[in-house]
Design a protein around this ligand. Structure first.
Ligand SMILES: [Zn+2]
Length: 282
């Protein structure tokens, strides 16, 4: 699933190539992929893109008149810039034709697993008030103090807390496992048992990892492509995710796999110790 770094790489490409372009046609190939009113004019037909704004794993294309499209990438979504009249690949559910300085190109929204969607809103403010107000602070900007406050009274595991988008937005399975390993915190630790020092280290490590991944174009496990169609490279840097049964890069112990928060979770039993009093089952 695209997490914050993968979505950010898409947004950076769109910011470079689409801002200032005008949408000249909208083609909906699977109507269920467009939520809310499905009139093409709602998908910014005729409008010029002013900016791209991301929060967590979601992002918005905002037009110069203030109307926006909100994108959820789901489990396998991508939004790719393609040449004008290029062949439409399988699972492209919506595409837009844009024009910039007299030159046309296309934007293809592809999603093989179909958990994503796009929805139009009248303004950025409505998105912030109705959709993004339910999300926690963006993971790349959250402070240790904000995370500390959001973990108070959370008796479930720290892994479940990191995946909970209302606590912080943007982290999924990859970056939860990688940041907990880097901070030597067991994924089953109760979220409210972390000291402030541990929370500070966790936020610090998480943000370094997220920024490194963005720098590497994100992690491409199956489907991720940036807006220009390139795969990411950060999967080569993963220290625990997808490496169960292999040796820990720090101590050589065999990495273990458990199910935590209904997600496969990989950790080092030697580097990430668990005290019985701090343990939770979720
Ligand atoms: Zn280890």
């Amino acid at each position: 699933m695209p997490e914050l770094p993968e979505v950010e790489t898409i947004c950076r490409g769109l910011s470079r190539k689409c801002v200032g372009s005008t949408i000249v046609s909208v083609h909906v190939h699977r109507s269920s992929f467009v939520r809310g009113p499905s009139d093409p004019s709602d998908l910014l037909l005729g409008l010029t893109i002013a900016r791209i704004v991301r929060h967590g794993k979601q992002f918005v294309l905002e037009s110069v008149c203030g109307r926006v499209m909100l994108f959820h990438m789901g489990m396998s979504g991508s939004l790719t810039i393609r040449p004008f009249q290029s062949e439409r690949a399988a699972h492209v559910h919506v595409h837009w034709v844009l024009i910039h300085n007299g030159k046309k190109f296309e934007l293809h929204h592809k999603d093989p697993r179909r958990f994503g969607h796009v929805r139009a809103y009248q303004s950025m403010q409505i998105v912030r008030n109705s959709v993004w107000s339910k999300l926690g602070p963006d993971a790349i900007a959250i402070t240790a103090e904000q995370l500390r406050l959001n973990l108070l009274d959370r008796k479930f595991s720290i892994k479940a807390a990191l995946l909970n988008q209302s606590i912080l937005a943007g982290v999924g399975n990859i970056y939860a496992d990688e940041s907990l390993f880097q901070t030597r915190i067991h994924p089953l630790r109760k979220a409210n048992s972390l000291s402030f020092l541990e929370i500070k280290k966790l936020v610090h490590n998480l943000q370094i990892i997220l920024k490194s991944s963005i720098h590497g174009g994100g992690s491409t496990i199956q489907d991720h492509r940036d807006a220009l169609g390139s795969a990411g490279t950060y999967q080569k840097t993963h220290q625990v995710y997808g490496r169960h049964g292999e040796p820990c890069v720090k101590c050589g112990a065999v990495l273990r796999k458990i199910v935590c928060a209904q997600r496969t979770t990989v950790f080092c039993p030697a580097c990430q110790k668990l005290n019985r009093s701090n343990k939770t089952r979720t």
